[in-house]
Design a protein around this ligand. Structure first.
Ligand code: ZN
Length: 487
């Protein structure tokens, strides 16, 4: 037995999530075969098949939802000419430090790897949009984007390449554009929270922290188990800043030319995967939501040399029945021992495991292991028709669990000391604050410097009334802001 123990400790997670989240995360992405960091270019990781198949399912859900809301897919070139960047002045200022430039293309414009694609899409929009009849125009692409990140990188959390979706929408009026921003927040709720079990705060960013070129930005802040905030999908009201820079105009119903109103929305699938891993996983490994797990039920047949064929045949029949329900099922008939198989699929986070041997077939009662509860139940053979329902319940449990995690994480703070303490305790502080316009920046800088936390913004889907004074400068508070530590 000691040999087996040894092997286990090498393969499995050697730290507890609660005790050392950072190390737990580093181990899980490698040991569950999500990424491989040995590619040897800073900030770039290889996504292995298990990770890629999960991402593929995440993309699918997101893209279906986008299409349902009237978006159409498109693919744009990776390279953007330098002159496009220079058209929108705050965009060029905000993004230029992060751009990867191609140096060796001669006799042509200097070219950039896209850090985001406003400046690629909108030159084409100016050609495609002619009249109000062409609007709204709602397109998205699935793409990789590149940013020259100088801070320490972490797999899927912060890198120089990420896998995302960017939607670029054009409207006749500001009202329609603002409605789109709210629709984007609802989409984050529908997919990221309800499907992937990741709760978030939609926060309108302060003036000094908005997207370069936007009128305003709403980010989705997700609290990770280590008390740090990671920004998930953000949506931006671009107003007419880009349409004026790129000449995106339309003739209105009266034949008058007008600049269009624009928005963009960007869920980064690879970064959301980091939250899926962190929020749901436990000390035995990943726990993948049923709706995105590449294998939803794994069957481990238990046999010896004498009954191998018989058991495998019966197992295949059961698998076929499960497949008919539209469930992704796989039989693990590899040469490993059953115990090793259990261990491996738990590490990979497969929601359910069925164990089927001679005894189970005889009694028509199978053993069902439920990953999040780490519990075995017996399920009669004729009950396998309800596995889909069990899958829905599985996802609901994950969601309730992460909602519970968030429940006591937001702390009302009335004094600087309270604020400091909340941040030390890995919480998000909710405080009265002078302003998220330019004049509040000094107070935010103070918080950054003295408390090492950031003013993230105000709730974007609900108006909260500020009462009293700014927690820092003592001036009358105009806003209720959320403050936390970030990655
Ligand atoms: Zn203030």
């Amino acid at each position: 037995m000691p040999q087996k123990e040894n092997q286990k400790s090498q393969e499995g997670l050697t730290v507890k999530k609660e005790e050392n989240f950072s190390e737990w995360y580093s181990q899980i992405v490698e040991k569950a075969e999500i990424t491989d960091l040995r590619y040897d270019v800073k900030g770039f990781v290889v996504i292995r098949p298990w990770g890629a198949m999960i991402m593929e399912n995440m993309y699918k859900l997101y893209e279906e939802a986008l299409q349902k809301k009237g978006h159409k897919p498109t693919f744009f070139p990776l390279l953007i000419p330098e002159k496009n960047f220079q058209k929108e002045s705050s965009h060029v200022k905000g993004f230029t430090p992060e751009v990867f430039w191609l140096e060796k293309v001669q006799g042509e414009d200097k070219l950039a790897l896209r850090p985001t694609s406003e400046t690629a899409f909108y030159q084409m929009y100016s050609l495609w949009i002619r009249s109000w009849r062409d609007l709204p125009l709602k397109l998205y692409q699935r793409a990789n984007v590149y940013r020259y990140e100088t801070k320490a990188t972490r797999p899927l959390i912060r890198g120089r390449e990420f896998y995302w979706i960017e939607a670029h929408d054009v409207f006749k009026t500001k009202e329609q554009a603002e409605k789109q921003v709210q629709e984007d927040i609802s989409m984050t709720e529908e997919i990221m929270h309800k499907k992937f079990a990741i709760p978030f705060l939609p926060l309108k960013r302060p003036e000094w922290d908005k997207f370069a070129g936007a009128i305003y930005t709403i980010g989705s802040d997700v609290l990770m188990p280590d008390g740090k905030i990671i920004q998930q999908p953000s949506t931006h009201l671009l107003g007419q800043n880009f349409s004026k820079a790129f000449n995106v105009k339309f003739k209105d119903e009266d034949g008058k030319e007008q600049y269009a109103w624009q928005t963009c929305y960007g869920p980064a699938i690879s970064r959301i995967l980091a939250s899926v891993i962190s929020m749901n996983g436990d000390d035995s490994g990943l726990i993948i939501p049923f709706c995105i797990s590449p294998i939803q039920i794994v069957i481990v047949p238990i046999y010896n040399n004498d009954n191998k064929n018989k058991i495998l045949n019966e197992t295949k029949k059961i698998a076929e029945k499960i497949k008919l329900q539209g469930i992704k099922v796989e039989i693990d008939d590899s040469e490993k021992r059953p115990g090793e198989k259990y261990y491996n699929w738990e590490l990979k986070g497969v929601p359910f495991r069925l164990e089927i041997g001679e005894k189970e077939l005889k009694s028509k009662k199978l053993i069902l292991f439920i990953r999040d509860l780490r519990k075995k139940e017996t399920i009669s053979l004729n009950q396998i028709s309800k596995l889909k329902k069990l899958g829905e319940e599985f996802d609901n449990r994950l969601k309730s669990k992460s909602d519970m995690f968030m429940k006591d994480k937001i702390i009302d703070c009335k004094t600087k000391d309270n604020l400091k303490k909340a941040i030390e305790n890995k919480k998000i502080a909710k405080v009265n604050f002078c302003s998220i316009d330019k004049e509040g920046e000094k107070c935010a800088e103070y918080i950054e410097k003295e408390i090492n936390a950031q003013v993230r913004g105000i709730l974007a889907n609900k108006k909260e009334i500020a009462r009293g004074k700014c927690i820092i400068c003592g001036k009358p508070a105009k806003e209720v802001v959320y403050i936390g530590k970030t990655y």
